[in-house]
Design a binder for this molecule. Sequence first.
Ligand code: PLP
Length: 427
Amino acid sequence: MNLDFDLNHIWHPYTSTLSPLPCYPIVSAQGVYLKLENGKTLVDGMSSWWAAIHGYNHPLLNQAAHEQIDKMSHVMFGGITHQPAIELCERLLSLVPNNLSKVFLADSGSVSVEVALKMALQYWQAKGENRSQFLTLKHGYHGDTFAAMSVTDPDNSMHKLYKGFLPEHHFADSPQTGFWQTWQPSDIDSFAAKLDMHQSEIAAVILEPIVQGAGGMRIYHPEYLRQVRKLCDRYNVLLIVDEIATGFGRTGKLFACEHANIQPDIMCVGKALTGGYMTLAATLTTKHVADTVCSGEAGCFMHGPTFMANPLACAVANQSLALLQTNQWQQQTRQIETWFAQLLPKLNQYEEVKDTRWLGAIGVIELHKPVDIALIQQHFVAQGVWIRPFGKLIYMMPPFISNRKHITQLVNAIESAIIQSDNLLVH
Ligand SMILES: *Cc1c(COP(=O)(O)O)cnc(C)c1O
């Protein structure tokens, strides 16, 4: 591969053209393995950012893609419908909380968040109330488009960078009680106070249920989410749950909001929806919210992307959900959670480690100091694993098909990086 061309001309996520870092050339992927151009294979600890839950190159997902591409890759969704979309949405609705009954198919997670926020705004407009603010949590992450950024953690640089252009919303303190800890009732105080103070202007609460992902890999107590639902009901505010990272089994439940037994008014899904094959997301809502939105001045919901409900993506997503319905994810994620529970606590012995935490097929090691990403990546590749930390966080969300050997190899690679921390952490 022409890596020089890549380095000089191609932007990768969050990278600089002034000091670009070399990328690792991957030529194929199979099961839990990524194959480098030099023939070396790496155990994947990232599922390509939460997505490849069934592993790579899955025969049934491949078959679904092949069969669909021979019929049609894409047709417009305005005035046209097709079997892949109908089958996918039917299956999706059979899996999500049963108050949700309307599906809007979106192109990516960020777009599904934009769609959710727009739904909430149009809902209140239709009701003749001027509510244009959102309440969310610190340390949250909802995507990289403008409205999604505006509800993403305010202390990271995005808000500073785009100040004056980003709408300013309300941020409650993020939950402090960990998933496995004893619930501290005061944990909800900041959220309750913000809601009480701004209730008449708040259209909706948006949050990631149980696991705050890219904003800090924080795993919080289900009671927090239960209280949020209760307060949203009390103050008559919509609740949007962003299940883009947590959805489809990752936390050990099919959807993370099941840990708290709550039903959202609007839900976003993405990432693992197609089993990591291509981009597709969805925003789901209730009949009440949908019908209210459409009773407003516009008479419809004002959104309709060119590649909406791409048949190829829908066909693969439908097969990915069918695979989930064989129910193995439950055993698999429980197994992975058990292995994390056995392997991660011993890392707390190192003074570099601030905390270890896990839930379902998510394992997190929080350090006191940020990692040197280029060096630690090199170390991981040499150890035969693919893990991509950010800041002080080294985290794993492996494919559900990972076995004990794979998980052990991932954790061992992290342990050896911590032992060599003099070289691999920023000082
Ligand atoms: C990844 C992510 C998004 C954004 O999804 P994209 O497909 O990257 O646009 C939004 N919310 C959460 C919780 C995510 O993890």
